[in-house]
Design a binder for this molecule. Structure first.
Ligand code: PRP
Ligand code: MN
Ligand code: MG
Length: 181
C-alpha cells in the first residue's frame, strides 16, 4: 500500500509520550554525570531520532559520534552476526561513553558493542535505550537508562525500521502482520 497508516496496527507511544520520557531520561543522565563531559555514541541508523532528542534535552556538555553496525539485514530476526559498517572517529581513552540506542531486542548488538567499546580504554561505558524487549533477550546486559519495556511485537517508527521504511514516523507503532507475513 502507498498509505503508511494502513501498514500499522496501533500506536504504542505517541510523539508527546516519547518527548516526555526522553526528557525524564535526560534529567536522570544530567544528575548522574554531574557536569562531566559525556560522549554520546549513536548507533546508526535506528538511534538517530533518540540521539537528536536526547542530546537536545541534556544540559551536560556532550560530544557526539556515530557507529554503524548491522545485525538484522532487512528481515525481522536478529542474525547474531554483528559487523562494523562505520567506526567511531573519536579516541575513547578516558572518556565517559554513553551508547544511545533505539531498541534492545535480543541484546546481541549491544552486548558485542559494549565489549568492543570497553576494550578502547574509556573511563566508563553506559547504555541508554528508548525501548527494550525483555522477552526477546538472548543475552543479559546491564542497561542503565531504559525508556520503555515493551512486549515482543514488531515495532516501527521514531528511527525503527522494517526493510528501511517507517523510520520517519514521529511516534512508535506496531506493524500490521500483512506487512511482514
Ligand atoms: C536494530 C536496532 C538495534 C538492534 C537491536 O538495528 O536499531 O540496533 O537492531 O537488535 P538486537 O538487540 O537483537 O541486537 P538494525 O541492525 O536493524 O539496524 P538499523 O539501526 O540500521 O535499523
Ligand atoms: Mn540499530
Ligand atoms: Mg533495523
Amino acid at each position: 500500500s502507498q498509505d503508511v497508516q494502513a501498514d500499522l496496527k496501533h500506536v504504542l507511544y505517541t510523539k508527546e509520550q516519547i518527548q516526555t520520557r526522553v526528557a525524564e531520561l535526560a534529567a536522570q543522565i544530567d544528575a548522574d554525570y554531574q557536569g562531566r563531559d559525556v560522549l554520546l555514541v549513536g548507533v546508526l541508523k535506528g538511534a538517530v531520532m533518540i540521539m537528536a532528542d536526547l542530546s537536545r534535552a541534556l544540559h551536560s556538555h556532550v560530544t557526539m559520534d556515530w557507529m554503524a553496525v548491522s545485525s538484522y539485514g532487512s528481515g525481522t530476526q536478529s542474525s547474531g552476526v554483528v559487523r562494523i559498517l562505520k567506526d567511531l572517529e573519536t579516541d575513547l581513552m578516558g572518556k565517559h561513553v554513553l551508547i544511545v540506542e533505539d531498541i534492545i531486542d535480543s541484546g546481541l548488538t549491544l552486548s558485542w558493542l559494549r565489549a568492543n567499546l570497553m576494550s578502547r580504554g574509556p573511563a566508563s561505558v553506559e547504555i541508554c535505550t528508548l525501548l527494550r524487549k525483555p522477552a526477546a533477550a538472548k543475552v543479559e546486559i546491564d542497561v542503565k537508562y531504559v525508556g520503555y519495556e515493551i512486549p515482543n511485537e514488531f515495532v516501527v517508527g521514531y528511527g525503527l525500521d522494517f526493510a528501511e521504511r517507517y523510520r520517519n514516523l514521529d511516534f512508535i507503532g506496531t506493524l500490521a502482520p500483512h506487512v511482514y507475513e
